[in-house]
Design a binder for this molecule. Structure first.
Ligand code: UDP
Ligand code: MN
Length: 659
């Protein structure tokens, strides 16, 4: 009994021991599972999407890399947010039929974009805002309406573009002195960085093929496509697939919207070529465009160069060659323009093949040495979305030791948009970019900008930009000031005097409106009229000590008189100013007196004919024309009286102490 009892007790102890052991084993297992959960997790339970970015830091700015040279890269990056790879608006089917743009290596593909094919069954792409909705309602399959929808979506006629070959050749437009050009054998290699956000398929791929078709292989390191977080379906996996079949083309994607400058800076950081060529995603290159750019950069690594930018019409996709000479400039509202009616001082007939120094370059195509780009401060990372980044780069390059030029033997055509849906989700973004330029680079001259862009002024008053980094850069590079830039690089820009009470909006007491220059009359000038005061600075003018009333953000148009009609015409480039262009403001009476005629500026009502022209009726066509114009109202010269329609004030929108 006892023996039996002892034996039982021993067995029970053994049992307890095993139980304990089992428990321990179980706890250890559970613990180890808990510790290793993340590592083995995906095998058992896919669960919600993982966030590997938090645990294994990989470049935050990159989402997917497609590289035809190294397919392993595609697999190597196990990146989480796959949303940009959803094929939600696109059909992508292997095709046996001939296509316009088959990838060169693998079979044939046909890309069916919604709306462009009768057979397309995919849902229409998402439309943007109210404008897009309105268009969809009218989309009943008619060609015209499809075109309208394309214009609203892309800012150009994508239906026409889609019908044009991705390999079309542009007609020769180069000067004969350019075509036989021999370039050095050892030019540096280029990376062509093409940033895009919601670009159309046809324009994007035509840009890529155009580079591949025109750039000599020995000078082309790669074409680097940078997707700035596009939403359109065709730019997702179909593009990745397409690009993976192209030689020397890489595609990287940003996981956050970077804007033009940020996107280009990202591209530059990933580029392997010695020279960066930033190119818009809707360009077409002329034969021989790359070599002259590379040569100019190779000769001097601080030279930043651009081709002549030809134009592709947004409606017809017709190619229009730009007339030489042309250079890039900007005005006091910090808007960029190409200026093409210049006369070259150099009378040498070969000058048409010589590079021309330029105060600024547009963003369409810019070539810059990669190291110089980095050392001069890339693009301003504080600039958002779109606008003024090329002006910032231009002022910085010049002020901090570089130069800029247009190289006429290089030509690239750029698609000029009609309007772009993405550009202004927020009106203030452009102003904020401009504020950064003004505050970083323009010293006291920034006041001239703020008087001409009052929205920027008010934003600046409530919110100052964080430009500490850029000011530090400016200091460390030993950059010159804006006065140097204005006098040395861009002496053609008129520097307004903006004297108090003699500059601002020209307000008419009788009409209760302001002197105005209707938009769209061009840089050569035209008739003035009165319109509601804008308050934005767009009607700002400046009566200077020479007696000229300088108009517009460039200050290059002057208040002038053609007979009785008051017009704007190009200001004189030499002094003394002719009395026809001189005015005197009598503060007490508010009269603005034309010095040559001693007549006064009057805001004539619609239908109000000036007495003179009715009295001196002649058969002269121009007099009849003046009378007709007067019946529509506008600004005229009239004998001086004290009536309110001859009383004017220069209203400064920005108080001098605030600017
Ligand atoms: N872009 C971009 N991100 C943006 C806005 C524009 O990558 O947030 C690209 C755009 O696709 C184009 C280039 O930057 O390739 C310049 O933009 P856009 O053509 O609108 O400027 P524009 O030529 O009209 O000055
Ligand atoms: Mn563009």
């Amino acid at each position: 009994m006892r023996r039996w009892g002892r034996a039982t007790a021993a067995r029970r102890r053994m049992f307890c021991f095993w139980l304990l052991l089992l428990g321990f084993a179980l706890v250890t297992l559970a613990l180890s599972d808990l510790l290793n959960r993340d590592k083995s997790h995906s095998h058992r339970n896919p669960g919600p999407p993982r966030r590997p970015l938090q645990r294994f830091p990989i470049p935050l700015d990159l989402e997917v890399i497609v590289d035809s040279r190294d397919p392993a890269l595609e697999l190597g990056l196990d990146l989480a947010p796959l949303k940009s790879l959803q094929e939600d608006q696109l059909l992508f089917v292997p095709s046996t039929q001939g296509t316009k743009s088959p990838p060169q290596k693998k079979g044939n593909y046909k890309v069916l974009l919604p709306g462009t094919s009768k057979n397309a069954t995919a849902p229409a792409p998402p439309t943007r805002g109210e404008m897009g909705k309105a268009v969809q309602l009218h989309l009943e399959g008619s060609e015209r309406e499809t075109e309208l929808a394309a214009v609203l979506k892309y800012g150009f006629n994508e239906v026409v573009s889609e019908k044009i070959s991705l390999h079309r050749r542009l007609p020769e437009a180069r000067h004969p002195g350019c075509t036989g050009g021999q370039y050095s054998e050892s030019l540096p290699l280029a990376t062509v960085v093409i940033c895009f956000h919601d670009e159309a398929w046809s324009t994007l791929l035509r840009t890529v093929h155009s580079v591949l078709d025109t750039a000599p292989k020995q000078y082309l390191q790669e074409v680097l496509l940078v997707d700035d977080m596009s939403q359109h379906g065709h730019l997702k996996s179909v593009l990745s697939e397409y690009v993976s079949h192209l030689d020397r083309v890489r595609l990287i994607r940003s996981t956050k919207r970077l804007g033009v400058g940020g996107c280009r800076t990202l591209g530059a950081a990933r580029a392997a070529g010695e020279v960066l060529v930033f190119m818009d995603s809707h360009c077409e290159c002329q034969k021989g465009w790359l070599e002259p750019l590379l040569e100019r950069v190779a000769q001097d690594r601080t030279r930043v160069v651009s081709p002549i930018m030809d134009m592709i019409d947004w409606q017809t996709f017709q190619y229009n060659a730009t007339q030489w000479p042309v250079r890039g400039v900007f005005d006091w509202r910090l808007d960029f323009h190409w200026e093409s009616n210049l006369t070259l001082q150099d009378k040498d007939p070969d000058s048409a093949a010589h590079p021309l120094r330029t105060p600024a370059l547009g963003g369409g195509v810019v070539a810059i040495d990669r190291h110089f780009f980095q050392s001069v401060g890339a693009y301003d990372a504080g600039m958002l979305l779109w606008g003024a980044e090329q002006i910032e780069l231009s002022i910085r390059v010049w002020s901090c030791g570089g130069t800029m030029e247009v190289v006429p033997c290089s030509r690239v055509a750029h698609l000029d948009h009609h309007q772009l849906p993405y550009r202004f989700p927020d009106q203030e973004l452009l102003q904020r970019n401009k504020i950064r330029v003004a505050d970083t680079w323009m010293d006291a001259y920034r006041k001239i900008f703020y008087r001409r862009d009052t929205l920027a002024h008010f934003i600046r008053q409530s919110d100052s930009p964080n430009i500490t980094e850029r000011l530090r850069l400016k200091k460390s590079l030993g950059c010159r000031n804006f006065h140097w830039y204005l006098t040395t690089v861009y002496p053609q820009l008129y520097i307004p005097q903006d004297r108090p009470a003699l500059s601002g909006e020209l307000y008419n007491v009788g009409a209760g409106s302001c002197a105005d220059y209707p938009r769209g009359q061009g840089p050569q000038g035209g008739p003035m009229n009165v319109a509601p005061c804008s308050g934005t600075g767009s009607q700002h003018c400046d009566l200077n000590v020479e007696g000229e009333v300088r108009w517009g953000p460039m200050g290059a148009l002057c208040l002038d008189a053609k007979g009785e009609r008051v017009v704007l015409s190009p200001c004189p480039t030499h002094k003394p100013t002719a009395s026809r262009l001189q005015w005197k403001f009598i503060k007490l009476s508010g009269q603005l007196v034309h010095q040559q005629s001693q007549l006064c500026l009057e805001a004539v009502k619609e239908g109000g004919l000036p007495q003179n022209s009715t009295r001196e009726v002649s058969n002269h066509a121009s007099t009849r024309e003046a009378s007709n114009q007067a019946s529509r109202g506008g600004l005229f010269l009239r004998p001086c009286t004290h009536q309110p329609r001859q009383q004017w004030h220069f209203e400064q929108l920005v108080a001098p102490k605030d600017a």
